[in-house]
Design a binder for this molecule. Structure first.
Ligand code: DX5
Ligand code: ZN
Length: 246
């Protein structure tokens, strides 16, 4: 199932509730909250207080992406504020397994995030523990950056690993997702699409969300159609072979 998770990082914070609601009206089913501490990433954003305010006006789950050092110290506060999903960076966690269990113990869905330079294999041991894996398709810290194409093969690899190991995590992608990149990430296997500047920077967040979601759903539909014609082609090929046998 494809879901759109607008990143409020690019919203007008003076009108946060109204803009978040508009994105939800446009079809967003998750709201992505970027938490930055000025240490793990070179920017500072918001904390649990804003999450608590947003919780009051939002019916959809709040997906808190913690780009912070020592996340264990802040997980209880984000859970208390109303985060439904909490993800932490593999690169920021000394005891990643412990941190993921801590998130779950606070009643939230645990997620793990990898930066563009971190390989998927760094997650081998924790994949059974997570609700979602977030693949960063930009270096974290700012909205409006250019999509890094090498993230596509990481998304594909995760989808393959999930199938071969029969796991249930969802695949999320974050950074540089807009109308020119959305089809590629969907075709690669991403299901939760984080998008900030394409939703909030210009125009109407509701209409922007609607259009981006439509592009994503169209890409998913074509991918399925492509797959079924490939399967049909293979079956026809099989028949062809058997018919040509004596
Ligand atoms: C970057 C954040 C992203 C970012 C996405 O550190 O994690 O969520 O806001 O913004 P766009 O869609 O503008 O790349
Ligand atoms: Zn994010």
């Amino acid at each position: 199932m494809i879901e759109l998770a607008p990143s409020i990082l690019s919203a007008d914070f003076a009108r946060l509730g109204v803009q978040a609601q508009a994105a939800v009206e446009g079809g967003a089913t998750v709201l992505h909250v970027d938490v930055m501490d000025g240490h793990f990433v070179p920017n500072i954003t918001i904390g649990p207080t804003v999450v608590a305010s947003l919780r009051k006006v939002s019916k959809v789950p709040l997906d808190c992406h913690l780009m912070i050092e020592r996340p264990d110290e802040f997980i209880p506060a984000f859970a208390e504020a109303g985060a439904a999903w909490i993800s932490v960076h593999q690169e920021a966690c000394v005891h990643l397994d412990r941190t993921l269990h801590l998130i779950a113990a606070h009643g939230c869905k645990p997620g793990v995030v990898i930066n563009p330079a971190t390989p998927v294999r760094a997650l081998d041991e924790v994949l059974p523990l997570v609700h979602h894996v977030l693949v960063m398709s930009v270096n974290p810290g700012f909205g409006g950056q250019t999509f890094i194409h090498s993230s596509l093969k990481k998304i594909e690899l995760l989808a393959n690993i999930r199938e071969s190991r029969r796991l249930g995590f969802r695949i999320e992608v974050d950074g540089g997702i807009h109308r020119d990149t959305v089809a590629d990430v969907v075709r690669a296997g991403a299901e939760i699409l984080v998008s900030g500047s394409a939703i909030f920077e210009q125009g109407n967040p509701s209409e922007n969300a609607r259009q981006l979601l439509k592009s994503a759903l169209d890409a998913a539909k074509h991918a399925v159609q492509g797959l079924s014609s490939a399967v049909a082609g293979e079956a026809a090929g099989d028949r062809g072979n058997s018919l040509s046998l004596p």
